[in-house]
Design a protein around this ligand. Structure first.
Ligand SMILES: *[C@@H]1O[C@H](CO)[C@@H](O)[C@H](O)[C@H]1NC(C)=O
Ligand SMILES: *[C@@H]1O[C@H](CO)[C@@H](O)[C@H](O)[C@H]1NC(C)=O
Ligand SMILES: *[C@@H]1O[C@H](CO)[C@@H](O)[C@H](O)[C@H]1NC(C)=O
Ligand SMILES: *[C@@H]1O[C@H](CO)[C@@H](O)[C@H](O)[C@H]1NC(C)=O
Ligand SMILES: *[C@@H]1O[C@H](CO)[C@@H](O)[C@H](O)[C@H]1NC(C)=O
Ligand SMILES: *[C@@H]1O[C@H](CO)[C@@H](O)[C@H](O)[C@H]1NC(C)=O
Length: 598
């Protein structure tokens, strides 16, 4: 790999696109095209080569994005990309973009299927042009711009770009996922430029967390109607009476800089600058301003999840960016998404057994300073001492965290939203956690998950009852499912003994060789239960006997789930509630006619 010749060749190849680029005047003739390949075709460059239009390969996967980016700086930041109602249009290798006279820009996949086009073009296109401003335009017959990328912004605006009323910028999902994310910048009819979170499925806009104050409910002339990114680097909202509301809090840094305003994936609207030349300073994109100033404390809407998501805590870093973390006793729902929801590592339960006496055997409180989830209250104790506040939460099975500020104690329930840690919070949080929380399921030596397939399923039910944790809940569900699956198939096989297809032959073999034992065992579990002989099931295991109510409840839920008649089966929501002990579990009937209770 490190052979000097190879190295030289490699460097040469890297340099090639730069040195071999012919002089360009920015014009893209009709019939020109670019194909998405790993050794990408030369993009279409602006005359100064500041910007390029073409395919950018996405990190980590073999997909391409039709986009516009800064061409001359090492960090070739993307400023625009072809998008549909879900966000960036991803193109597989071999996809092609073509400049056509009648349809403008057309993006097709390797099979020739159209993935995207620049939209209804009224006039015939004479040529395309990559402007030095970063705007790609389609020029019509009379030298009129009939389409421009500036009119279809994604998450970024550039100097000379204008946003009209009803204009929108969307954040990305993550830094490298170009689907539309949770955050929006919109210029509303009422004149305000606002930032808000939204619901991803319906696009419903939650409360704004920043607004420009260019709103006038009565006097139309005072309303903002345009956001202008002036070429000198100032962005402002222009009102109809020609007032300018400048978004920058200070003077634009002087020097030869690129400027961009991006709604970052974390919801912060940021103006960045970057030197145009190699020897300029600072070397990377530097933050000029952000809105809001502190996203962690500025998102307070009752709906939505806040800057970070459920049960998470947001802190602001030096670049005014949010940093999300899970509190003690919680972990990331998706371990790869550090901005994602946090799940509690225990299942909160209101079972009497769990919550009788002082509870201090099972639960404890961790203390977090200056931390709050301001929108998750359900009870306020006032006046309250610290001791009262602690005890009240410990003994209340609904309480996930209590916040003490002055002499007030707010009790809060899950899921917690809008979590933040900031000195303005000025209070103490008592966060409930279950003592001796279990390690992640896969590393639990008592109960390796791979055993589910091989070992007897009945034993799993019994074994997992002993764990009494959220892991247990999962396993109980899996077991119930397996049990149901097994019962259904067993019945099928019994029915079709003579006419088995090839696939079922295997099954039959399995059941005939090792299945009989299981059949007997599963029947036996249900049998024991329905005949009120659960003691026989767990024998004399003292841990299980102590947790008797749970054993009973979980088994009942399991049997409800495997009812042969689908209308008898509870909904998933009901199951969760039953498992958590929030609702009573009724005595289940026998799951199938042929098995037990004969
Ligand atoms: C740009 O260059 C092409 C040839 O490379 C030429 O046909 C075209 O007229 C030029 N356009 C402008 C605007 O100068
Ligand atoms: C490029 O952008 C500048 C500034 O907006 C504009 O004056 C110029 O006409 C544009 N060029 C073309 C060919 O559209
Ligand atoms: C981006 O995120 C969306 C929604 O979470 C997902 O459906 C999509 O597969 C992701 N795209 C990539 C390229 O990972
Ligand atoms: C609306 O506001 C403008 C500018 O502030 C002012 O000149 C005008 O008189 C106002 N109109 C009304 C009807 O108040
Ligand atoms: C720019 O680079 C410096 C030093 O490497 C780093 O501290 C800073 O966070 C970077 N700025 C941004 C916006 O990434
Ligand atoms: C808490 O108490 C301090 C001093 O006793 C007072 O200044 C402050 O306003 C109080 N804060 C709240 C939220 O009541």
């Amino acid at each position: 790999m490190s052979h000097p010749l190879l190295h030289l060749l490699f460097c040469f190849l890297l340099l090639l696109p730069f040195s071999s680029v012919a002089q360009t005047n920015g014009t893209v003739d009709i019939g020109s095209s670019i194909t998405a390949t790993v050794k990408a075709d030369t993009p279409w460059l602006s005359p100064s080569q500041d910007f390029a239009f073409g395919f950018k390969q996405l990190q980590d996967n073999n997909l391409f994005l039709l986009s516009i980016w800064y061409y001359k700086i090492p960090d070739q930041t993307i400023v625009w990309y072809a998008s549909n109602s879900n966000g960036g249009v991803l193109a597989s290798p071999g996809s092609k973009v073509e400049m056509t006279a009648d349809k403008g820009l057309v993006l097709t996949d390797p099979q020739g299927q159209e993935l995207w086009n620049s939209g209804s073009v009224v006039d015939r296109v004479a040529y395309g042009f990559m402007n030095d401003t970063g705007n790609f335009v389609l020029v019509g017959g009379g030298s009129v711009d009939i389409w421009q990328s500036f009119d279809y912004p994604t998450d970024t605006m550039l100097p000379t770009q204008i946003m009209e009323t009803d204009g929108v910028l969307y954040s990305r999902q993550t830094q490298m996922n170009f689907s539309w994310g949770r955050f929006q910048l919109r210029l509303l009819e009422d004149g305000n430029l606002v930032l808000n979170t939204r619901d991803l499925s319906t696009n419903f806009a939650y409360d704004a967390y920043y607004w420009s104050n260019t709103y006038d409910g009565i006097n139309f002339t005072n309303r903002g109607y345009r956001v202008i990114f002036y070429e000198t680097g100032y962005m402002y909202v222009l009102t109809r009476s020609n007032q300018r509301k400048i978004l920058a809090p200070s003077l634009v840094p002087s020097g030869d800089y690129y400027h961009r305003v991006t709604l970052d994936f974390d919801g912060v609207l940021t103006q960045y600058y970057h030197p145009k030349t190699e020897n300029g300073n600072p070397k990377n994109w530097t933050v000029f301003w952000t809105h809001p100033d502190n996203i962690c404390v500025d998102i307070v809407g009752k709906q939505g999840r806040g800057a970070c998501r459920y049960n998470s805590i947001c802190t602001i870093d030096d670049n005014r960016r949010p940093v999300c973390s899970c509190p003690e006793g919680f972990s990331l729902l998706d371990p790869k998404d550090k901005y994602g929801d946090c799940k509690p590592s225990y299942t909160p339960s209101c079972e009497e057994d769990d919550h009788k006496s002082s509870n201090s055997d099972l639960y404890d409180l961790s203390v977090l300073i200056d931390t709050d989830w301001p929108t998750s209250d359900y009870e306020l104790l006032q006046p309250s001492s610290e001791q009262m506040c602690r005890n009240s939460c410990l003994q209340d099975c609904f309480c996930a965290v209590a916040i003490l500020r002055n002499d007030s104690c707010w009790k809060k329930k899950l899921p917690l939203s809008n979590g933040r840690k900031d000195s303005i919070v000025n209070g103490k949080a008592f966060m409930k956690f279950r003592k001796g929380n279990l390690p992640p399921p896969t590393t639990d030596p008592r109960f390796p998950l791979r055993d589910i397939k091989k070992n007897d399923r009945t034993l799993i039910i019994v074994g997992s009852v002993l764990l009494g944790s959220s892991l247990f809940v999962n396993v109980a569900l899996i077991s119930a499912f397996c049990l149901g699956f097994f019962l259904v198939y067993r019945k099928k096989i019994l029915k079709n003994r003579d006419g088995l297809g090839a696939a079922e032959t295997n099954l039959r073999w399995e059941f005939e060789t090792e299945g009989e034992d299981r059949a007997i065992l599963t029947d036996w579990v249900c049998d024991c239960f329905l005949k009120d002989r659960l003691v026989a099931l767990v024998e004399d295991d003292s841990e299980a006997l102590n947790d008797w109510r749970n054993v009973q409840r979980f088994l009942m839920v399991g049997i409800w789930c495997i009812q042969e008649d689908p209308s008898q089966r509870p909904t998933m929501r009901k199951v969760t509630q039953m498992l958590e002990g929030v609702v009573e579990v009724a005595m289940p009937p026998s799951p199938s006619q042929f098995s037990f209770l004969s």
